[in-house]
Design a protein around this ligand. Sequence first.
Ligand code: ADP
Ligand code: ASP
Ligand code: MG
Length: 408
Amino acid sequence: MTLIVQKYGGTSVGSPERIRAVAERVKAWRAQGHDLVVVVSAMSGETNRLLALAKELAAEPDPRELDQMVSTGEQVTIALLAIALHEIGVPARSYTGAQVAVKTDAAYGKARIEAIDDARMRADLAAGRVVIVAGFQGIDGEGNITTLGRGGSDTTGVALAAALKADECQIYTDVDGVYTTDPRVVPQARRLHKITFEEMLEMASLGSKVLQIRSVEFAGKYNVPLRVLSSFSEGGAGTLITLETEDDMEKPVISGIAFNRDEAKVTVRGVPDTPGIAYRILGPVGEANIEIDMIVQNVGADGLTDFTFTVNRPDYRKVMSVLERIAHDIGAREVSGDDKIAKVSLVGVGMRSHAGVAAKMFETLARESINIQMISTSEIKISVVVQEKYMELAVRALHTAFDLDAAV
Ligand code: ADP
Ligand code: ASP
Ligand code: MG
């Protein structure tokens, strides 16, 4: 007997018909002799709808109440799926995160799972029931409802699979696997049969929202076999996310391309090039709870230097006001910003053993006359910041240049 955790995303449960289709799929897996725990998201659009309601009442709603409210989307789908399963003769019970004790810290809106109590789920499975759990939500030490951040049902799925030592965690979505890049942007993108946790983590961190970052972290940490599959088609193998066993040399140099429009860039010009200047700029930014991504400090000239960094786009105004406030104190000549940028990144473990990837990337972008504004590299990725309007062109050109296009 194997235990499988399946997670169905918003579009996969977006209507009663879709929920019925999920119920049929669950029934079929169960008929093959598997124990099943099923995690579901809110119906597509529901989480956005709920958040918009709260924003009509307050610009910055209280985080506790926001979680209390937005977690209801998933509570609807768990019960609907249980009802659909009962209709086709499958015993099932639904639970909220709190009911199966998905315990988290108290960071509303981005809570981290700390522990999961599997007793109740085990008892149901032993009694032959399918267990349905609301994704995206948990409960903190004081009994408050928390949520795990957008896309957090993936993390619920993987965390349950880890806690239950499931044989596989299957993430069902509206694409049939992880592709070389978002297939909605590049129709020639190819499905990957396999990708390493390490690469998937980079892809997710750099903007590929097919899996929430934390779900990949969890899967890597607890070595949960993770597969991305389509809930709209039958029988595909999807994409397996694994620890790599093959030799890196055998791998393609680049496995995928990620991109992210959710960024903005700010520059502090003409600050004194003295020890501690980075701290004096970034300290107040950190204190304002603004996350920083890429950072570039120019080589100083005449004792002055320029300092550029990127932040999440929703933090753009906030970071500009922090910098304008401290500009005088730190002796900056000018503060400027641009929220029409995008980050494009190449990811691949093959980069470790191949030189010239950066050169080829820059050459490809040059040929398209796309100016590179910032560059950052690590062992298995290279990211560039470009003007937002060139993002899709950059992704397509790189996809072709690095031989990622599907054969026609
Ligand atoms: P769900 O609601 O099932 O959680 P998401 O919208 O969160 O689904 O994730 C699936 C979407 O991720 C796809 O529709 C696709 O547009 C997008 N996506 C982005 N990058 C990739 C990629 N590299 N491979 C596959 N899908 C990707
Ligand atoms: N419903 C939540 C969201 O839209 C969680 C999820 O779908 O994974 O972000
Ligand atoms: Mg998702």
